[in-house]
Ligand binder design. Structure first.
Ligand SMILES: Cc1cc2nc3c(=O)[nH]c(=O)nc-3n(C[C@H](O)[C@H](O)[C@H](O)COP(=O)(O)OP(=O)(O)OC[C@H]3O[C@@H](n4cnc5c(N)ncnc54)[C@H](O)[C@@H]3O)c2cc1C
Length: 503
């Protein structure tokens, strides 16, 4: 063991969760090291380009980045807020919800009052319901102290955690159309009827209603600036460092070992990966068989197919909103689609052409996809540094799916037809291989009101100096993972102290 390889905190995984923990702890004077498997840091914050256009691999827009909002405050503390170039979405519609062939699209607007105001013309009889909806979202979010950057008790959360999203929306209004419009962007949390907690809907939706932004030119700016702050505080990131083992001795982790045999010793360890991945690294009696079985048996949220298209210049007018389309009137159906029914939904994200303002230069489209659809190709791993061709059948599968998706898009955005100059696709296998998320799941473990305790993962593990962070603890998304990073770091420095500094 050399002194150079000994740290106060070793963090396995350089996604948003790991990077933000690293920054917070390095700012406390701790010697911190992040081990990232990939060449690119950031995990889901990664971007890529083709045809000279930048594309986000996952994060297309972010909620809560406005002045005074929770994420803004956290990222300000992390030294990135002033550097980020943000593009605000249309105040009167950051998202538009569409159904089948119905021409009308229903807006989700920024600002709590404006949200009501913009939907009211479509539901003139539902003013009370709309106001009740906003009040319920706000009240439920208030029950999550960290989302308000304050300390609080677990009882507060417990009081609302078991509310189901579909039931709560039904309690707010008997108007089924309005229920579906309110949940129209449920791809943001991969919601499942009768199972997804309402708080997931509330926390995610409220953040976008507060403020909706796109990071320009792509979400990797976030990880870039986090890295800069980390360097200012003498933190290290080791890339191409795939953790394969966390060695436990006498009840504590002593070192992390990477695939090339390097060992990184530490006093504390944080895992920024799916709990299921962590289990494979640790051989310890402290992780009992029953615990391993429970974690390995947890259901993941559904995965996605992604199509990215580069457009002919000045061909497709820019939309400053996203479109969430559902094949039928029930927004909860898509997640349970049958193979022949694909695509059952899509979300379309537009990027403006800097040279031709008012026009889109590219569109990214996501549509739910079950992992089982690509399971025949799962034995082939393909990621940077481990490139492997999945073969002609896989290429044909992707091409057919891209065409099916485009057929649906042409109906709503006819200008796209004949104006695509290049395109690329990703499947659940792409997500599995690039972020090490089991089954390429969109947001990790599926939270379920019927199994609340089993599907809740704590930051503390059975090994005292091993903590968890990232989207599986608490909540996913840029806001959710940032909040979780606070919860993880608070285990080491204290919550009141940390919140005091951040605020
Ligand atoms: C398709 C898609 C679209 C999304 N869209 C949005 C959006 O618009 N807005 C939003 O807020 N959120 C969005 N999200 C959610 C958000 O991106 C994630 O919840 C969040 O970025 C997850 O961060 P994380 O740190 O938990 O995990 P990750 O970003 O997955 O980071 C984990 C890191 O661990 C690394 N790693 C894995 N195994 C090892 C190993 N053995 N050794 C070392 N390192 C390892 C990985 O390479 C990765 O860098 C989206 C997610 C997806 C998949």
């Amino acid at each position: 063991m050399t002194n150079n390889n000994t740290y106060d905190v070793v963090i396995a995984g350089g996604g948003l969760g790991g990077m933000l923990c690293a920054v917070i702890l390095a700012k406390e004077g701790m010697k911190v090291c992040v081990l990232e498997r990939d060449k690119q840091i950031g995990g889901c914050l990664q971007t890529f380009s083709f045809n000279k256009k930048v594309f986000d691999s996952c994060v297309h827009y972010i909620g809560g980045l406005g002045e005074g909002h929770t994420l803004h405050t956290i990222l300000q503390y992390a030294g990135v807020m002033d550097k980020l170039l943000l593009k605000a979405y249309d105040a009167n519609a950051f998202d538009k919800i569409a159904f089948g062939d119905e021409e009308v699209m229903y807006p989700h607007a920024q600002g709590l009052d404006n949200f009501v105001e913009q939907l009211l013309p479509y539901f003139p009889e539902e003013k009370d319901a709309l106001q009740k909806y906003i009040k319920t979202v706000t009240t439920v979010s208030d029950h999550f102290p960290l989302y308000r950057l304050r300390t609080g008790s677990a009882d507060e959360k417990a009081a609302v955690s078991s509310w189901g999203v579909t039931q709560t929306l039904q309690d707010i209004t008997s108007n089924t159309k309005l229920q579906n419009v309110l949940a129209g962007n449920n791809l943001l949390y991969a919601g499942v009827a009768e199972r997804t907690p309402f708080y997931l809907h509330a926390l995610v939706t409220e953040s976008y209603i507060h403020s909706s932004h796109k990071v320009m030119p792509g979400s990797s700016q976030l990880s870039k600036y986090l890295w800069q702050t980390l360097q200012q505080h003498s933190g290290e990131i080791h890339r191409n460092a795939e953790v394969v083992k966390l060695a436990e001795e006498n009840g504590s982790i002593t070192y992390a070992e990477t695939a090339d045999g390097q060992r990184y010793y530490g006093k504390q360890f944080i895992a920024n990966v799916a709990p299921e991945v962590l289990l494979d690294w640790v051989d310890s009696p402290l992780f009992r068989t029953a615990y391993r079985k429970r974690i390995k048996g947890l259901e993941q949220t559904i995965s996605t197919f992604m199509l990215n298209v580069v457009l002919q210049p000045r061909a497709v007018p820019m939309r400053h909103h996203n479109i969430y389309w559902h094949a039928n009137q029930n927004v909860w159906d898509a997640v349970q689609y049958q193979t022949g029914q694909w695509p059952a939904n899509y979300a379309a994200f537009f990027t403006e052409d800097a040279q031709n303002a008012g026009y889109a230069e590219s569109i990214s489209i996501l549509s739910y996809m079950h992992y089982s659809e690509v399971a025949p190709f799962e034995h082939i791993i393909n990621r940077t540094g481990h490139e492997q061709d999945r073969g002609d059948a896989y290429a044909a599968f992707k091409e057919i799916r891209a065409e099916l998706l485009l057929d649906k898009l042409y109906q709503r955005i006819p200008e796209m037809k004949g104006n695509i100059v290049a395109q690329s696709t990703a499947t659940p296998l792409t997500y599995r291989d690039y972020t090490a998320t089991p089954k390429g799941s969109l947001y990790g473990i599926l939270k379920d009101i019927n199994k609340l305790a089993e599907t809740s993962i704590a930051a503390r593990t059975k090994i005292p100096n091993l903590l968890l962070t990232g989207q599986n603890v608490n909540l996913h998304g840029v806001l959710g993972v940032s909040i979780t990073a606070l919860a993880t770091c608070a285990e080491l420095v204290g919550m009141e102290y940390l919140l005091g500094k951040i605020k």
